[in-house]
Write a protein that binds this ligand. Structure first.
Ligand code: FEO
Length: 400
């Protein structure tokens, strides 16, 4: 696709990556985009670049709009992660910008990546402004949303927020705006993106949302560095970020487990039955056949997690250890937890799972339940009762 005019003098010049399926471990079933934006005024500014292999696409889009890329005066780098910054060195060589506007951490990061201390860096802080002619760019630092270098750029005359990773999603589309995309798919991808990329930085997201409020920024359009441009559902996406960053969850229980000889699986089904009988929505996932990235979005949205593992070599099954390690790093909070599992002779899995709950500040609703070898009918009844207990607690805390 070619460059896309977003508003008079403001263009999308990025690239669509239809074929990426693994984004540093994140499964991108619907591809992604690397968005860059060109603002043409008395001065011309390019906001962010693209992943290195898409440099030529970026250049072709820039040429469509202004002919010679060397007409660009300023490079504005909101975020240096290589999916946006991979092409910076080639862009600097091709464009020869008069100045590169970025935060102090972005300058240090670019020197770390490209080892070019003599580039024309110009450090900015929250509240700094750049006049391009009729238009102004206001900078707002957003450290850790997504990296220490991150900032967003606001165009007050057009009420546009250029938001780098924030409000983005991995979603390749042939159209550029939210109202042209499948809304259901789009919101699935936004939630998945938040859960797998932004969730650990939720306290910082709250600070950014507060800063936007304090600065009284009116936002009519959000232009992120991935996925669609928000122009119709701006309010909804900001509200979703507020909800997710406050760890609000739905009255729902996820039963996640893996099993060696089906004993833990039987326990998982009994816990699930208990939750459902108590009238609370439940979902059941066997970790060896589940997509971790997709599952993390479910974790974010669910109030309670029941996790089961057989004990293997005094520890957890590798699939359970792997997923819970990944989950712990993404710092879910304000959950309810229940651990269960079968064992042959030592039975440490429940203890390990409870430790993970403690590390994620999850409220443990019961000490957990372990069964030697295979569960009896009585054991399964007990699992069902624990499912009911968890569901009751969900109803209590969610007011459902
Ligand atoms: Fe899309 Fe943090 O990079």
């Amino acid at each position: 696709m070619g460059a896309v005019k977003i508003k008079e003098g403001f263009y999308w010049v990025g690239a669509v990556d239809w074929n990426v399926r693994d984004f540093h471990g994140y499964t991108t079933h619907r591809g992604t985009t690397y968005n860059a934006y060109l603002l043409v005024d008395e001065k011309i500014a390019l906001f962010d670049t693209v992943k290195a292999p898409f440099f030529e696409t970026l250049m072709a889009h820039i040429r469509e709009v202004i002919g010679d890329p060397q007409k660009i005066d300023y490079l504005i780098i909101n975020h240096i992660e290589p999916d946006h910054g991979g092409a910076i060195a080639k862009v600097v060589e091709a464009v020869k910008p008069e100045k590169i506007f970025c935060t102090r951490n972005a300058r240090l990061g670019m020197i770390g990546y490209f080892h070019q201390e003599d580039w024309p860096f110009h450090e900015v802080k929250t509240g700094d402004e750049l006049k391009l002619g009729r238009r102004t760019v206001k900078f707002i630092e957003t450290p850790m949303v997504h990296w220490p270098d991150s900032m967003v750029s606001y165009l007050p005359e057009d009420k546009i927020l250029i938001s780098q990773d924030a409000f983005g999603e991995h979603y390749a589309t042939s159209t550029r705006f939210d109202d042209e995309a499948n809304f259901c798919e789009l919101f699935q991808e936004v939630a998945k993106y938040y859960a797998n990329i932004v969730l650990p930085f939720s306290p910082q997201v709250q600070k950014v949302l507060k800063a936007v409020q304090d600065l009284k920024l009116e936002i009519e359009m959000i232009c992120p560095d991935h996925g669609v441009i928000w122009r119709k559902h701006v309010k909804e996406i900001i509200e979703a970020y507020d909800r997710w960053s406050r760890y609000e969850a739905k009255p729902r229980v996820l039963v996640m487990y893996d099993t060696m000889w089906n004993s833990t699986e039987k326990m998982a089904w009994a816990v699930y039955e208990g939750v459902v009988k108590e009238g609370v929505e439940a979902e059941l996932f066997k970790l060896s056949v589940s997509d971790e990235t997709e599952l993390m979005a479910e974790v974010m949205e669910a109030k309670a997690l029941a996790i089961g593992s057989s004990t293997l070599n005094n520890g957890l099954l590798p699939t359970v250890a792997g997923f819970t390690t990944y989950m712990k790093g993404l710092r879910p909070r304000k959950k309810l937890g229940l651990a269960f599992g079968s064992y042959g002779w030592s039975g440490e899995a429940v203890k390990h799972l409870n430790k993970i709950f403690e590390e994620t500040k999850t409220e443990i609703v019961h000490e957990g339940f372990k069964v030697k070898y295979a569960p009896t009918a009585e054991d399964l009844k007990q699992c069902e009762e624990l499912g009911k207990l968890l569901a009751k607690k969900v109803k209590e805390t969610c007011g459902a």
